[in-house]
Design a protein around this ligand. Structure first.
Ligand code: ADP
Length: 173
């Protein structure tokens, strides 16, 4: 089995050990995948998030998963797209990397990501997909503890873009 897979579906139903939340800097809930994760996890997730004091863009913090099938939620904050001159690409790379590093630090073996920043934060999907795929696959080359990393796209159009990025790796960065 490949250690990295792109699938289409609802991240809140995925039973990897951890799922990644594309949160905002407050970690106090939002729309999109964040709203879906909080609804599925129940109110205790928000209670734990209140104790974390927010999260800078590009970093990540861990909570329990409560009512989710996943044991943990790794909350990260992707950049808001502002046209490409505001360090957005590096910050998106850093967001994926922070999640992978946090997972390894906690002995997590299986983790599922959403397409960070490509919803309300408007990062162009094709460039975001290249960054996500290259960051994850470069990381897996250096790590032998993670057994499975999923990229869960909510719709087929997004999944097609991620599959193209995977086909083109490692030629593009
Ligand atoms: P951001 O603010 O980082 O852009 P969003 O949640 O608005 O985050 O969007 C990120 C991606 O998550 C989008 O591609 C959106 O379609 C997707 N998404 C929304 N709900 C879910 C879900 N339940 N499972 C997986 N992906 C989801």
């Amino acid at each position: 089995m490949n250690r990295f897979e792109i699938i289409t579906g609802d991240l809140t139903t995925v039973s990897t050990q951890a799922i990644v939340n594309a949160a905002n800097n407050t970690l106090l809930g939002g729309g999109g995948v964040d709203g879906a994760i909080h609804r599925a996890a129940g109110p205790e997730l928000l209670e734990e998030c209140r104790t974390l004091g927010g999260c800078p863009t590009g970093q990540a913090k861990l909570t329990r998963g409560y009512q989710l099938p996943a044991q943990y939620v790794i909350h990260t904050v992707g950049p808001i797209w502002q046209g490409g001159e505001a360090n957005e690409e590096q910050l998106l790379h850093q967001a994926y990397l922070s999640c992978l590093q946090l997972a390894v630090e906690h002995g997590i073996k299986t983790v599922a990501f959403p397409s960070i920043s490509t919803g309300a934060y408007h990062f162009p999907v094709n460039r975001a997909a290249e960054i996500a795929v290259s960051t994850i696959l470069d990381f897996l080359k250096t790590d032998d503890t993670l057994e499975q990393v999923l990229l869960v796209c909510h719709d087929e159009r997004t999944a097609i873009v991620y599959h193209i990025a995977l086909d083109q790796y490692p030629n593009k960065r």
